[in-house]
Design a protein around this ligand. Structure first.
Ligand code: PBG
Length: 328
């Protein structure tokens, strides 16, 4: 017969109240963990809600500055910047991508002037600038690597010249981190860092984002440059290569379906690891919460702490402001 003391070890002793739970919590979220992706468009005094991303907006630059100030005030320390390029400025050469007076470059300069304390990380990839909606240059139906890398390096230098703190190449061309590092150094931007999208998968979770920038691929898909969702060792290889080529931070993207990749990358590189909690992950929580099927705040915080448990040092998330406010 089992006596009164059974069991001797009781895990529930450390769960009896919030104070104890707080004391033994292994991971903690803080606003500085988050990087907010932000979308800028031409015009003045206008914001447009992204249809598949409820409560998320594209802003004209004047309003974006106010939004970024608010993000900084709630403790967010980094923004990942994307520009919506007018249709008539798109081509197959990425011309507008390195225009010193392009929307992206103007936005970087304005943020650095108005809110210099925040870390600005502009996206480096051609898709918003491409008449084909691809991240590189297209020739005979192929997304060509080395010519694309040349343009991406120019684009990164133009961002650095505008004042970017780190550039964030999301294109998945081979060798681009090394080429960007070399181009930045040659142009005298030795302190501009590289936040590399290293293990970036060809994911259907990017759908809502492509609504935000009107950047869906015009033909085919991105499977010849973005990774196959079946692979984890290849993700480690990509992250290690980027580290060797000079990446200051490496990223795994998307987030929730790839927690194992975050852990694997974390254990195999010595630079900080970021994760991108992408648009489709945001949209799923928003849609379910809207129907009353999930508690938005709790599911959001549970997802975010899951990234830290998996080993992420930084979390790119559309929930940056909402989560930070709850954590203040
Ligand atoms: C473009 C880019 C994409 C995202 C970030 N940068 C889309 C894509 O690769 O097609 C997706 C972000 C998201 O879904 O939140 N290079």
């Amino acid at each position: 017969m089992i006596h009164g003391q059974f069991p001797t070890i009781r895990g529930r002793r450390l769960r009896v109240n919030q104070s104890l739970r707080d004391m033994v919590a292994e991971h903690h979220l803080k606003p500085a963990d988050f990087v907010a992706p932000v979308f800028v468009m031409e015009g003045e005094n206008e914001k447009v809600e992204i249809p598949s991303m409820p409560d998320y907006y594209r802003y004209t630059l004047d309003l974006l500055l106010e939004e970024i100030r608010e993000l900084y005030e709630v403790g967010v320390r980094g923004v990942n910047l994307y520009a919506k390029v007018p249709e008539d400025k798109k081509d197959n050469k990425g011309t507008e991508a390195f225009n010193p007076d392009g929307l992206m470059q103007r936005a970087i300069r304005a943020i650095e002037k108005e809110i210099p304390e925040i870390t600005v990380m502009p996206d480096v990839a051609l898709d918003p600038y491409s008449s084909y909606g691809h991240d590189g240059i297209v020739k005979d139906g192929e997304i060509v690597n080395d010519e694309s890398v040349e343009i991406l390096a120019k684009m990164a230098v133009s961002h650095a010249a505008a004042g970017a703190d780190l550039v964030a190449p999301s294109d998945m061309m081979d060798g681009r981190i090394g080429a960007i590092r070399e181009a930045l150094d040659e142009a005298g931007h030795k302190n501009t860092g590289i936040m590399a999208y290293s293990a970036k998968y060809a994911s259907a979770y990017y759908g809502p984002f492509r609504d935000a920038l009107d950047s869906a691929p015009g033909f085919g898909d991105k499977k010849t440059y973005q990774m196959d969702p079946s692979n984890v060792r290849e993700g480690i290889k990509e992250a290690q290569l980027d580290e060797q080529e000079g990446a200051d931070i490496v990223m795994v993207k998307p987030g929730l379906p790839y927690l194992d990749v975050i852990r694997a990358v974390k254990e195999n590189v010595r630079v900080p690891v970021a994760v991108y909690n992408v648009s489709g992950e945001y949209a799923m929580i928003k849609a379910a919460a809207d129907r009353g099927w999930l508690d938005e705040e709790q599911v959001m915080l549970e997802s975010l702490v899951g990234f830290k448990r998996a080993g992420a040092d930084l979390i790119f998330t559309y929930f940056a402001k909402e989560a930070s406010k709850l954590l203040l």
